[in-house]
Design a protein around this ligand. Structure first.
Ligand SMILES: Cc1ncc(COP(=O)(O)O)c(C=O)c1O
Length: 381
């Protein structure tokens, strides 16, 4: 390499390059958990991993069959998918959310995380715009703001926000990480605030079918939105309800004008759900029996873990829905993570979801019955 080479600008993407996008993003927090995972893994009876909300039970057979039957699809699928897919989504929204929405108001996405991360940029937000999300939240809302150069803003109550600067307002009910459910009245208030300020309200409802002590309501329900979907989107995923995290099956629904705009952009960007996954999504949305079956599994795991954690001295807050118990011993979350790792139990520290979570841990009850029973035994001893 000559001296000149050393002085030349780095390649885009190389360290030191101007505007390297990863420099705008928060540090990926999960690496911080690695030492605790190593401790937990060393437990003689093995690791009980409750740190990630990833399904572990089989993909329901009817969904596997639909995927398998659609493997011979050599041509390009469309971003919008076949009418049958959009009608399956509309049918599910009618049945499970009480929302009347035509096929023009729905769009398949490649897992909802992808949409959460890229939505602000796809809607043209950028420097000077604010993207607001709950004080304790799934970290990708912040990432989505940063990826497009917008300003991420946390809120506890929408009234605290500056309606002249916020362009996109995230709601998440049931919440990750707290499992909290917003009432129809709280949702109505957020909708009224967003409409008053012409802010797009996007409600992440991927745990909607996982209410335990509360009945989650969609922002698209007429009692919340007044029968109009203008300025509203709801984000849904099949990852949790149908054990389909591996398929990347999800959709967004709501304001048909915004949906059409997203469709245009995503067509140019080639953001296409694979045809076999589109077929699997149709089958999954047409069936509620597998969801009921999966809910029964989760309910038992949740009850067992909750009782064992409370018996061990934890207090559980919220957690009325979703796949998580939001637990505290009124100490630093990292002390709790360390203590549980000694028992071979791995949980997520609450500060992964915002500084307000720093005295809580998030316990995902997505492990097998056998692992849940093992953890319960250790907590009881
Ligand atoms: C609140 C919330 N939104 C979105 C997602 C992303 O789900 P997926 O990309 O699997 O659809 C998750 C995953 O855990 C989540 O907790």
């Amino acid at each position: 390499m000559s001296t000149n080479d050393a002085e030349r600008a780095p390649f885009p993407g190389h360290p030191g390059a101007a505007r390297r996008v990863s420099d705008l993003l928060p540090v990926f927090p999960w690496d911080k958990l690695e030492p605790y995972k190593a401790t937990a893994l060393a437990h003689p009876d093995g690791l009980c991993d409750f740190s990630v909300g990833t399904p572990v039970d089989p993909v329901p057979e009817l969904i596997q069959k639909a995927l398998a039957a659609a493997t011979d699809t050599p041509g390009y699928p469309t971003v919008w998918g076949p009418l049958e897919l959009r009608e399956a989504v509309a049918g599910w929204l009618r049945r499970r959310c009480g929302a009347e929405i035509g096929p023009a108001g729905v769009l398949p996405t490649i897992g909802s995380k992808e949409l959460v991360a890229w939505l602000p940029g796809q809607l043209g937000l950028g420097p000077g715009d604010q993207v607001a999300y709950p004080r304790l939240a799934y970290p990708t809302y912040e990432v989505g703001a940063r990826l497009c150069g917008a300003t991420p803003v946390e809120y506890q109550d929408v009234d605290e926000l500056d309606g002249t600067r916020v362009r996109l307002l995230w709601l998440n009910s049931p919440s990750n990480p707290t499992g909290r459910v917003l009432s129809a009245d709280q949702l109505r208030r957020a909708v009224a605030w967003a409409r008053e300020h012409r802010v797009l309200l996007v409600s992440d409802e991927c745990y909607l079918e996982l209410g335990w002590e509360a009945e989650p309501v969609s922002v698209l329900h007429p009692e919340v939105c007044g029968g109009s979907h203008e300025g509203l989107l709801a984000v849904h995923s099949l990852s949790k309800r149908s054990n389909l995290a591996g398929y990347r099956a999800s959709f967004v629904a709501g304001d048909p004008v915004v949906v059409r705009e997203l469709l245009e952009i995503r067509k140019h960007g080639g953001m296409i759900v694979p045809a076999p996954v589109q077929a699997a999504t149709i089958a999954a949305l047409g069936d509620d029996a597998h969801v009921a079956e999966q809910r029964t599994r989760y309910a038992a795991r949740r009850a067992a873990l909750r009782a064992a954690l409370e018996g061990y001295g934890f207090r559980i807050e919220h957690s009325e829905a979703s796949l998580y118990l939001w637990a505290t011993r009124d100490e630093s979350c990292w002390d709790t993570v360390a203590a549980l790792a000694e028992l071979g139990i791995l949980v997520a520290p609450g500060d992964f979801y915002g500084p307000a979570g720093e005295r809580f841990v998030r316990v995902a009850f997505t492990a097998t019955d056998e692992r849940v029973a093992a953890a319960v035994g250790r907590l009881r001893r």
